[in-house]
Design a protein around this ligand. Structure first.
Ligand SMILES: *[C@@H]1O[C@H](CO)[C@@H](O)[C@H](O)[C@H]1NC(C)=O
Ligand SMILES: *[C@@H]1O[C@H](CO)[C@@H](O)[C@H](O)[C@H]1NC(C)=O
Ligand SMILES: *[C@@H]1O[C@H](CO)[C@@H](O)[C@H](O)[C@H]1NC(C)=O
Ligand SMILES: *[C@@H]1O[C@H](CO)[C@@H](O)[C@H](O)[C@H]1NC(C)=O
Ligand SMILES: *[C@@H]1O[C@H](CO)[C@@H](O)[C@H](O)[C@H]1NC(C)=O
Ligand SMILES: *[C@@H]1O[C@H](CO)[C@@H](O)[C@H](O)[C@H]1NC(C)=O
Ligand SMILES: *[C@@H]1O[C@H](CO)[C@@H](O)[C@H](O)[C@H]1NC(C)=O
Ligand SMILES: *[C@@H]1O[C@H](CO)[C@@H](O)[C@H](O)[C@H]1NC(C)=O
Length: 696
């Protein structure tokens, strides 16, 4: 009984199944569409993953193909989404024969060649995304895409002007993306005919001219991205017409003049950025009391006057960057009522006075950057700021000049990850309270006048990978415990458990005025810099443990003893400078196995013996070895080891050698191995600064 029920069910299922197969065969994809798709794949010249072999006519089941759900006629292809499939080659016009196509997404492949003009004549196309390829040539002049809503050709190599008929004949377009190409010329006035436009991306081109006022007629505009071009002229008051705008980015252009006081008319504006332009004058009151604004970035302009802000109305503000301007006066007390503020950068201004005590109420603050100001009273500043319990990044370089570092042990910054106060001529010693900053990852106290011993408790920082104490007056031994820094022992760093900060840009400012930007502070290289101090005693062999360290600077101290052989275990090391100490003995031959080493300097010590000649030693300049009494080797600048025993070598007249050494010492980096070049740029002496705080 049961058995026959089972059989019946089986037969029934088989019938359903057959019927289904027959049905879909009847409704296989339209033959024109099939031809067009096969034409496309022949053209691109690389196989498309998930597409049947040529006789297969079931194109509706091919990967990325969407057909309509017609049940009576052959099904038509209405969507083709092949983004990010590694497709190479050109696309030819046959694709335009898909005359029912409404969505075409070929973004993020390796397509090249010109844009096929016929693609820009497709009557049913609503979405066209060709971004992230290698297309060349110009944008088509004659465009007839009556139904287009989204058009994206960003991130290609397109050139020429933006002139086209697109806005005259496509009235439903909502998003136009021309970003990251090589377009030049002005914004065509007929963009004013794109009456439905909501988003316009022109960033990352070479466009110029002023912001055409015709854009301000576009009442639906929500997002305007014009950054990284050569736009100039003032920001017209007519921008007040854009009552729906949410985001405006004008950064890195040549805009000038006073910011118009029209922000009251932009009640939806959440993000306004105009960094690195030439805006001048005072902050418009309507901007500094905008109830909708969440982020404001006016870094690196020539704005002046006082920073006055009405936090009672700016309830949504989370990020404020007014750094590198000409603001003067005191820090505004009532800034502390911006309760959501978590990122505050006001450095490189003529601000003075002390940090207002009300700042302790900035409970959401995670980053405070105030370098290069005339702000004073470090001890009260630290006492106040410890009230900001979530503070992770504190960048105070070149402020608080010539003050005493606060010693008291009772300060507490439990979440501090980055503490930077370099080049401030600070006096005193390394403060005990730092010991409680268990999450510290980057500590820069360089270019000050700190003295005393480097405390042994520094190895208690489980996450520290960047320590710069260079150019101070520290004395005594190098604490042995520095060779125990856990985050320098592994080449894979670990990070504190608390949530990571994102979108933080910090520059490494160097002696020669060049700089490097990192998107995150944790992408900084791992550095231990104790150079230019008065340290004595030996270099501990246990430093060989630091297998993750990339740069080790001990130059200009009074270190003695041998160079430990074990340093050749520091296999990530790219830069090692031991010059101008009192080191004796030989250069360990095992250093030849340090394959990443691109700069090495042991000049002006008391070394003797053979200079290794293999591995990276082939690339180091003679100046790396000069000023040692007993070195010999196969270099022309050194006596050969057999013919002239080291004991015969006498130093030249000390004074004159020193004189030339300073100029030659320069930057032997020239000899660096090519692929390390970009990394090595950041290793010249300097100190860490927040983004955009470069000297002018
Ligand atoms: C194209 O596909 C990518 C990946 O899914 C997507 O991010 C992008 O938004 C699509 N383009 C359009 C215009 O929808
Ligand atoms: C808008 O399009 C019409 C034709 O459709 C044209 O006459 C007009 O000049 C265009 N406007 C602009 C600003 O180009
Ligand atoms: C302001 O926008 C409206 C549509 O919201 C438009 O009709 C008007 O022409 C615009 N004014 C200017 C001066 O652009
Ligand atoms: C902020 O405080 C200053 C005095 O410090 C005061 O003059 C100003 O009116 C205050 N501004 C607001 C918006 O509360
Ligand atoms: C600050 O904004 C609040 C709320 O919008 C308003 O009542 C107050 O008058 C403003 N203060 C100043 C000094 O403009
Ligand atoms: C402080 O940080 C914690 C963890 O990231 C978060 O949950 C909390 O809301 C923050 N405090 C404030 C006042 O923002
Ligand atoms: C040491 O710091 C001083 C400023 O305090 C600076 O002028 C000098 O160039 C620095 N020296 C080195 C070698 O970095
Ligand atoms: C500041 O802006 C100027 C142009 O006004 C630009 O040349 C410079 O590179 C910018 N500086 C930084 C650090 O972004």
């Amino acid at each position: 009984m049961e058995c026959s029920t089972f059989r019946l069910t089986f037969i029934f299922l088989a019938i359903i199944c057959k019927a289904h197969i027959t049905k879909s065969q009847n409704l296989s994809c339209n033959s024109n569409d099939l031809t067009a798709l096969n034409g496309f794949r022949q053209c691109v010249g690389s196989p498309v993953d998930g597409w049947g072999v040529i006789p297969d006519s079931e194109c509706c089941s091919w990967a990325g193909v969407t057909c309509d759900d017609s049940t009576v006629t052959q099904r038509r292809v209405i969507g083709l989404d092949l983004h990010g499939r590694g497709i190479t080659g050109e696309i030819c016009e046959s694709l335009a024969d898909l005359d029912q196509l409404s969505t075409l997404n070929l973004s993020h492949n390796y397509l090249h060649g010109f844009l096929p003009h016929k693609l820009f004549q497709m009557q049913n196309l609503e979405v066209l995304d060709l971004s992230g390829n290698k297309f060349v040539g110009s944008f088509p002049l004659h465009i007839h895409l009556p139904r287009i809503r989204i058009l994206d050709v960003s991130d290609n190599n397109l050139v020429g002007s933006l002139k086209s008929t697109i806005c005259d004949r496509s009235h439903s377009i909502e998003s136009l993306n021309f970003a990251k190409n090589w377009f030049h010329g002005e914004v065509p006035v007929n963009f004013g005919n794109c009456t439905s436009l909501q988003r316009l991306f022109l960033n990352g081109n070479s466009l110029s001219g002023s912001l055409p006022e015709i854009l301000f007629q576009l009442e639906h505009l929500r997002e305007l991205q014009f950054q990284d071009n050569g736009f100039s002229g003032p920001l017209a008051e007519r921008i007040d017409n854009l009552s729906n705008v949410v985001k405006i980015d004008l950064s890195r252009n040549l805009f000038s003049g006073v910011l118009p006081d029209v922000f009251r008319s932009l009640p939806k504006l959440e993000h306004f950025a105009a960094r690195s332009n030439k805006f001048s004058g005072q902050l418009p009151p309507s901007l500094m009391s905008s109830p909708s604004l969440a982020t404001l970035d006016l870094n690196n302009n020539t704005l002046d006057g006082r920073i006055s802000i009405n936090c009672s109305s700016m309830a949504r503000l989370t990020s404020l960057n007014l750094g590198s301007n000409l603001f003067r006066g005191l820090l505004p007390k009532n800034l502390s009522s911006c309760h959501r503020l978590n990122d505050l950068r006001l450095g490189h201004n003529h601000l003075s006075g002390a940090i207002p005590s009300s700042f302790q109420n900035l409970r959401a603050l995670t980053l405070l950057s105030l370098p290069r100001t005339e702000i004073s009273d470090l001890s009260s500043a630290l006492r106040i700021l410890q009230g900001c319990r979530n503070l992770s990044v504190l960048a105070l370089s070149m402020s608080f000049r010539e003050e005493e570092m606060l010693r008291h042990a009772d300060l507490l910054f439990p979440y501090l990850k980055v503490f930077v106060i370099g080049n401030s001529q600070l006096k005193g010693s390394i403060p005990v309270w730092l010991r409680g900053c268990k999450n510290l990852q980057l500590l820069d106290l360089s270019w000050n006048q700190l003295s005393g011993r480097i405390p042994g408790w520094i190895d208690g920082f489980d996450f520290l990978f960047y320590l710069d104490l260079g150019n101070n007056s520290f004395t005594g031994d190098i604490p042995w415990s520095l060779s125990e820094l856990r985050n320098c022992i592994n080449s894979r760093r670990s990070f504190p458990p608390a949530g990571s900060l994102s979108n933080i840009l910090i520059l490494y400012r160097k002696g020669d005025g060049k700089f490097l930007a990192y998107n995150q502070f944790w992408s900084f290289p791992s550095i231990l810099d104790l150079s230019y101090n008065k340290l004595n005693g030996p270099i501990w062999p246990s430093f060989g443990n630091l297998k993750g360290l990339q740069a080790f600077y001990l130059e200009n101290n009074q270190l003695s003893g041998n160079i430990p052989n074990s340093l050749s275990e520091m296999r990530s090391l790219e830069h090692l400078d031991l010059s101008r100490n009192g080191l004796t003995g030989e250069i360990p031959a095992s250093f030849q196995k340090l394959t990443f080493l691109s700069t090495f300097d042991v000049s002006y010590n008391k070394l003797s013996g053979t200079v290794p000649s293999g591995g990276q030693f082939l690339t180091f300049p003679d100046s790396s070895f000069e000023g040692n009494i007993g070195l010999c080797g196969s270099r022309p600048s050194l006596p050969s080891c057999q013919s002239q025993p080291p004991s015969d070598e006498l130093p030249n007249d000390e004074a004159s050698t020193e004189g030339t050494a300073y100029s030659q010492m320069a930057f032997g980096i020239g000899a660096a191995v090519g692929f390390i070049w970009t990394v090595s740029l950041c290793f010249l002496s300097g100190w860490v600064l927040d983004e955009g705080q470069r000297s002018r």
